[in-house]
Design a protein around this ligand. Structure first.
Ligand code: FES
Length: 318
């Protein structure tokens, strides 16, 4: 995948545990402008690649990303907080998306939990610039935990944005229920945040009659996993002429590596799409959060890092 060099122009502590990075082109070339909801792969080290949402859509001089330090870290957020310094040069991928904002004039309900504000902020910025109808609800532990408060207080966003603070347990459930109980005609939800928060909002919206197709989501970590083990199956690789048994607790990725087949990966959590492969026959059991509903239903693509086979045999174009 094509990468570009960027210089870390600034780093600021924006909220408790959240740092905001400005990444500027390392040479005189303009950066490809990001669409709302786009993310980039950041190559923190040779083999540590993480995806972060771009918060400033449409800008070709620099990208703004917000990173929460997660505990325990799988390495990415810790390195971005502890190792990366202003002036460092990083490799990044071109902006891409699995959380596209429909540009169709339908009203939007943007809901963010915690660091989920990053793609939601970019969507709000784009909608405000187009004068499009939207409302934004941002759930955070406290004012000090809420990132990008200065941006949200700007005149173009402030009338649409509401900060929801210190809600947990039953209080959070009631707030989410009230928020989703009414729907403007054709309104769509765009939702990003921690998995339990997203599950709560999705369920509440469905309970209040929102169609599933009107609820769009982005996960920062893998979606709640399906039961880890399922029946073993035979994996056949058409182009290389190899085949192997994938055991109950093994991933297709692990089986491919066992066969010595090189596979490009990044998140290895089913959220970035780097490991996508074509399915030639068989029925995938999708466990990723990357493929669209339509792509999953078609059964022609699979993210090999997490997904498996529903049937006894799966044939891939590898
Ligand atoms: S490596 Fe990211 S989806 Fe598989």
């Amino acid at each position: 995948m094509e990468t570009m060099s960027v210089k870390v122009r600034s780093i600021r502590e924006d909220a408790i545990g959240i740092r905001v990075f400005e990444l500027a082109a390392a040479d005189s070339h303009a950066l490809p402008a990001a669409a709302p909801g786009d993310h980039i792969d950041v190559h923190i080290t040779e083999d540590l690649v993480r995806q972060y949402s771009i918060c400033n859509p449409g800008c070709d001089t620099h990208y703004v990303i917000g990173i929460k330090r997660v505990e325990p870290s799988r390495g990415g957020s810790e390195a971005m907080h502890q190792v990366v310094r202003e002036g460092d040069v990083l490799r990044i991928g071109r902006p891409r998306s699995n959380f596209r904002l429909n540009d169709d004039g339908r009203p939007k309900l943007l809901i963010a939990g915690g660091i989920g504000i990053t793609p939601i902020l970019s969507m709000a910025t784009a909608l405000a610039a187009r004068n499009a109808p939207f409302r934004l609800h941002y759930f955070a532990q406290s004012p000090e935990h809420a990132a990008f408060r200065r941006q949200l207080a700007r005149s173009e966003l402030a009338p649409h944005a509401r900060l929801r603070l210190r809600l947990a347990g039953g209080a959070l459930e009631r707030a989410v229920s009230l928020l989703t109980e009414s729907r403007q005609a054709d309104e769509e939800i765009y939702l990003c945040g921690p998995a339990p928060f997203m599950a709560l909002v999705q369920q509440s919206a469905l309970d209040h009659g929102w169609p599933a197709a009107a609820i769009r989501t982005e996960y920062f970590a893998a979606a709640p996993a399906a039961p880890a083990a399922s029946a073993p199956f035979t994996l056949r690789l058409q182009r290389s002429g190899l085949s192997t048994e994938v055991a109950s607790h093994e991933t297709i990725l692990a089986a491919l590596r066992r066969l010595g087949l090189p596979v490009r990966t990044s998140c290895e959590q089913g959220i970035c799409g780097t490991c996508e492969a074509r399915v030639l026959s068989g029925t995938p059991e999708h466990r990723d959060s990357y493929l669209s509903e339509e792509e999953s239903r078609s059964g022609r693509k699979i993210c090999v890092c997490v997904s498996r086979s529903k049937g006894r045999e799966l044939v891939l174009d590898l």
